[in-house]
Unconditional design. Sequence first.
Length: 141
Amino acid sequence: MGLNVNQRRAVSVTLRLLEERLADIERAMEGSEQGILYRRIARFTPKQREQMRLLITAMREEIRGAATQFHLIVEEQSAARYVIGTLSMSWESLEETRPRKLKAYGEVDPALEETLEPILQRLIQLLFDLEDAALGEDSRG
């Protein structure tokens, strides 16, 4: 007995997410990354990198085998939808950082309404503009 439709969908999604995470891990292994507020340092030895590559290859082979054996669903993904989903999570985080929401972490300096709030508002607007660009729209109007 194989997988029913819903089970096939669940296994497909789980293995697809694992495969995407493996791609993320590979990018992280290759080199350090510098942002404004973060620094990701790749301090893997050549031996670690090689071992990790071999394990990732083995994991992909297992995923390939499962995909073949169980006729798992291949999903064609829209990069624009990925960008929009990522931006939606970022928008939610920005909204939760507004001064009125920071009360959950303690007393809020009233000056933050004039200093932090405008920065968050600009970031949110730029986020929406980026979303529009990903969708191929000129502006929100």
